[in-house]
Design a protein around this ligand. Structure first.
Ligand SMILES: C=C(O[C@@H]1C=C(C(=O)O)C=C[C@H]1O)C(=O)O
Ligand SMILES: [Mg+2]
Length: 461
């Protein structure tokens, strides 16, 4: 990695093109600067006008946004596993020419992306635009952290590139992306919804509960789908705005691939890395919110003491603790869960903190954790086999890690739940729940219905 102090795009390009010629390589040039305050949703919308594929990430508990536009490269090209992708990342970093004078996490050279829930599963037509593994380094990245905004430009430089022309092209695109007069499209409304095979799903829940009672497994997470037809082709920006405004304590994300977009507002952090500090979250066990404060407190209290929900939760805690022990020391896990309140429901929540051992990365942790028993089950292989054989859904990127990481060992990944796949005027929403021995199909069905609410309400339902 070459850390550069000079700042003009043209002189950086001259330098990078020289490197490319001398080494017969195509290094990535990454330049970051501070810019005036800009609404991340306007930047996101402006990228649509340039017909660029977009990535969006926001942690709504903080004022933190990363918006990516275009693609300088996909790290997962030619990689079948997370390990191979990490190797691509390391090779790219080794050659990269970076100018980023800021220490803020999420600025500078970074990558955003996700993966399929089950990379062993055959990909259906519906997810054709979403590779099993895909992490893009956007051409333009807007990072907003509290009141500070940063713009990063990433260019894959080739030896026959013309520095002057390239600099002009990037500047023109930058002007369009930062144009604050871009108007935000209006929200749409829902024309109809269709619950996909509800009675078959309840039957599968019963089958899973029986399988568990026969001691073949301890927990199996089953998901189902709700098809939504919109009044017109979906605009992504108003959906994201709705999610940001309504879903506190969540990660609002969107990943466009071709004409399709996978998006959602997940409350579930898989892992956050801040140098050698890592944080994971056990989130499982669910109840609705109460209509009054008193009712809400009563529901929270019974959730905390409910045996069935505690067992759903405890499987996750046990597994995450063991997995973190693998790559970390100082693993700290509180004895009991607390309540994690969301707009439409509340969960049992246990945070896990740890220190990452030298030579290990966030990719190692993702590879070890996914799928946790919050989305797969216990034991892992048996529950995955059950899901493959019985669930009628191709989960695609639903339930899998989505997030970002930068070149300074910071990053954050959520589990892609409370989410949907937008394809034109059609949205497929996904929701699942943890089946244990005492699960009742009707109750689990009701639980998935509340999990559809965050997405449904911003789509206009
Ligand atoms: C599978 C989902 O959520 C998971 C299942 C939960 C449960 O069954 O109680 C709670 C949170 C998540 O771990 C989903 O939202 O789709
Ligand atoms: Mg549950």
């Amino acid at each position: 990695m070459i850390d550069v102090k000079e700042t003009s795009l043209k002189s950086m390009l001259d330098r990078a093109i020289n490197e490319a010629k001398n080494n017969q390589s195509s290094p990535l040039l990454s330049m970051t600067k501070k810019i005036h305050d800009i609404n991340p949703l306007r930047f996101f919308e402006a990228a649509e006008q340039l017909a660029m594929n977009r990535s969006f990430w926001s942690a709504t508990a903080e004022t933190f946004y990363i918006v990516g536009a275009g693609s300088a490269c996909d790290l997962a090209d030619g990689a079948k596993t997370i390990e191979q992708m990490e190797e691509n990342w390391q090779n790219l970093l080794a050659e990269a020419i970076i100018h980023n004078p800021y220490k803020t996490s999420g600025t500078g050279l970074l990558t955003l992306g996700g993966m399929s829930f089950d990379r062993a599963e055959h990909k259906s037509e519906r997810w054709k635009n979403f590779s099993h593994l895909s992490f893009i380094i956007p051409e333009f990245i807007l990072t907003k952290n509290d009141d500070s905004c940063y713009l990063t430009i990433n260019i894959r430089v080739r030896e026959d590139d013309h520095p002057g022309q390239l600099a002009e092209r990037m500047k023109r695109m930058e002007r369009t992306l930062l144009d604050s007069s871009v108007s935000l499209p209006r929200a749409l409304s829902i024309k109809s919804t269709e619950d996909v095979a509800p009675s078959e799903w309840k039957q599968t829940v019963k089958c899973a509960a029986d399988y568990i009672k026969q001691h073949h497994a301890d927990k199996i997470v089953l998901a189902r789908e709700l098809q939504v037809k919109l009044s017109d082709e979906a605009h992504i920006t108003p959906i994201l705005r709705g999610l940001i405004e309504t879903q506190t304590n969540s990660y609002v994300f969107a990943f466009e691939r071709g004409e399709d977009c996978f998006l959602g507002a997940s409350p579930e952090r898989l892992v956050k890395q801040d140098k050698d500090k890592v944080l994971s979250t056990c989130l499982a066990g669910t109840a609705p919110r109460g209509k009054t404060q008193k009712e809400d407190a009563r529901i929270a209290n019974s959730l905390l003491h409910d045996e069935k929900n505690r067992s759903e939760h405890d499987f996750v805690v046990k597994m995450i603790r063991q997995s973190m022990d693998h790559y970390c020391f100082n693993v700290d896990v509180p004895e009991k869960p607390v309540i994690y309140p969301l707009k439409n429901l509340q969960h049992l929540y246990t945070p896990v903190t740890a220190t990452l051992r030298k030579w290990h990365s966030i990719f190692d942790i993702i590879g070890k954790l996914h799928p946790t028993p919050a989305l797969g089950g216990v034991p892992r292989e048996k529950s995955l086999a059950f899901i493959r054989n019985h669930e009628r859904l191709d989960r695609g990127w639903y339930g899998a890690p989505v997030g970002w990481l930068d070149s300074n060992f910071n990053g954050e990944f959520a589990v892609g739940i409370r989410s949907g796949l937008v394809q034109g005027d059609q949205v497929s929403l996904f929701a699942g729940c943890g089946i244990v021995r005492d699960s009742d199909p009707e109750e689990e069905y009701d639980e998935t219905n509340i999990k559809f609410m965050p997405m449904l309400s911003v789509l206009g339902g």
